[in-house]
Design a protein around this ligand. Structure first.
Ligand SMILES: CC(=O)SCCNC(=O)CCNC(=O)[C@H](O)C(C)(C)COP(=O)(O)OP(=O)(O)OC[C@H]1O[C@@H](n2cnc3c(N)ncnc32)[C@H](O)[C@@H]1OP(=O)(O)O
Length: 469
């Protein structure tokens, strides 16, 4: 980490500027206004602000109690993060420092809380490009290859030296408690913190964690193989009563330069392939972001479209929606997938029940005539029913949620169980309760339903595009 006061500009009228800069109480600066992170692959990209700059999540919570940086004038924190060895180097520049009433923020601990030991000095950082050029290759050498495909020509980045066979994309699975793999993960944690809202590191000492790495394999002109890391997913094996296991995707991240090229989907599919081959109970995802949920729903719905056994049940609900005016009915609508169908989907496709219910709505929507006003009103009435049910479940959960610690074989401080003291289960994702008077609540509910309808339509549109292509 290099701390620099910008030379040249300090002398001369420095005193005057300082007085101007801190004449008032220091209001501080938001971390995201002065921190920039650049992803670099080569030594000569270090120090250049023209390198690939990533969009960061809110970093304020790393910087002091109120999340602001105090005491610096024209502060810039530029960080170069190597996507070869996953080390980082920070260059901090400012015109001057002065305590303007709130002290001078110590930047080092804040940066260390994000980058940990991967934050190193410039000289050492520059050397990593040659010393650790095969870092990823060495780590993945013992992993299990789950998926391999050749890269399409138009997906190939211009900086790749093409060999006769062309690059391949592989998804490789390995256990996180192996020391070198755990160390790699510790170097990837900064990316989780910088790119995933609310991202937290996982505990690599628990042997139930695995990491799925999506990599690009190439050959350089001398025939030596090069392996680039494109993204990863951490997956936990949960015990499922009485004698099976669930796979839960905890974090999934594709490095920003490689996003939107199908690698996130490859990771999801690789986790699914393990679920099939090992007859896992089902696959779940821990607090998916909106985009991940969209991607996952598109992918699962595509699988479901090809799954014949559910078609009669879909037709039955579609016919029901074509009937009279369901929005006027007082009893609960017959819309949810039948229990035996849910069970079959879980067994054969490993799609979790909650996720299947989401895809079910898309499948129904795909079979409706969107021009048929009555039919769409009926569909909306069913979505409204479901949203209200979710809110009631959420409230019941909030009332009855309990948390207890339970011992395990590795570290008794690490394991806890959440359970509901009343009838409960996993929530369906409506955040918080409705607030305010009945009219405001009605308005909020209507907005929630609109949003659900939009999401369903968006996924349906993408799925039909992919299905017909
Ligand atoms: C639990 C958690 O970890 S939550 C946090 C999730 N991670 C993050 O937010 C970190 C930052 N974001 C990322 O790392 C990435 O954007 C991810 C992991 C969310 C997604 O990975 P990506 O590689 O960008 O996605 P990928 O390219 O595979 O898929 C996206 C596209 O594939 C489409 N798709 C989905 N299924 C299929 C399919 N079967 N066939 C073809 N395309 C498909 C999607 O519709 C989407 O296209 P669109 O956006 O044009 O509509």
């Amino acid at each position: 980490m290099a701390l620099k006061q910008k030379g040249g500009e300090i002398s001369g009228d420095t005193k005057k500027r300082r007085r101007v800069g801190f004449a008032n109480i220091d209001t501080g600066v938001e971390a995201n206004e002065c921190v920039k992170v650049f992803l670099v692959k080569k030594e000569d990209e270090v120090g250049k602000t023209s390198s690939y700059c990533i969009d960061l999540v809110d970093l304020n919570h790393f910087f002091g109690e109120d999340g602001k940086i105090y005491g610096y004038k024209d502060l810039k924190i530029n960080i170069w993060l190597s996507i070869v060895s996953f080390h980082a180097y920070a260059e901090i520049t400012y015109k001057s420092t002065q305590d303007g009433g709130k002290g001078i923020t110590d930047l080092k601990p804040a940066l260390q809380s994000i980058f940990g030991e991967s934050l190193i000095e410039k000289e050492e950082f520059l050397q990593t490009f040659s010393k650790e050029c095969h870092y990823i290759r060495n780590i993945v050498s013992d992993g299990k290859v789950l998926h391999s495909d050749s890269l399409r020509k138009d997906d190939q980045a211009s900086d790749i030296h093409l060999d006769a066979e062309g690059p391949t994309i592989e998804v490789i699975c390995t256990e996180l408690h192996n020391l070198p793999v755990g160390l790699l993960y510790s170097r990837l944690v900064p990316l989780v913190l910088l790119l995933v809202e609310g991202g937290r590191p996982i505990d690599v000492t628990d042997p139930r964690w695995e990491i799925f790495l999506v990599v690009k394999k190439m050959q350089d002109p001398s025939g030596d193989s090069i392996i680039d890391l494109l993204g990863f997913a951490t997956v936990y094996r949960f015990y499922h009563y009485p004698d099976s296991t669930r796979l839960r995707i905890s974090q999934i991240l594709v490095l920003p330069p490689y996003q939107g090229q199908g690698h996130g989907r490859r990771l999801l599919e690789a986790v699914n392939s393990v679920a099939f081959s090992e007859n896992i109970y089902d696959v779940t995802v821990e607090e998916p972001s909106d985009y991940l949920q969209y991607l996952r729903s598109c992918n699962d719905t595509l699988h479901l479209l090809a799954f014949e056994p559910i078609k009669p049940s879909i037709s039955s609900v579609v016919s029901y929606l074509k009937e009279g005016n369901l929005s006027k009915r007082t009893s609960k609508l017959r819309f949810a997938p039948p229990a035996n169908v849910m069970e079959l989907v879980r067994q054969k496709l490993k799609i979790n029940k909650k996720q299947f219910r989401r895809c079910w709505e898309v499948l129904i929507y795909l079979n409706l005539d969107t021009e048929n006003h009555r039919c769409m009103e009926n569909f909306r009435a069913c979505i409204s029913d479901r949203v209200k049910g979710d809110i009631l479940d959420k409230n019941a959960e909030a009332n009855g949620k309990c948390l207890i610690e339970v011992p395990n074989d590795y570290d008794h401080d690490m394991t806890f169980v959440v359970f509901w003291s009343q009838a409960g289960g996993e929530s369906d994702g409506i955040d918080g309760k409705l607030e305010g008077d009945p009219a405001t609540q009605e308005e909020q509910l209507s907005q929630l339903i609109d949003k659900e309808m939009e999401d369903i339509a968006e996924i349906a549109q993408k799925v039909s595009l992919l299905h017909n292509s």
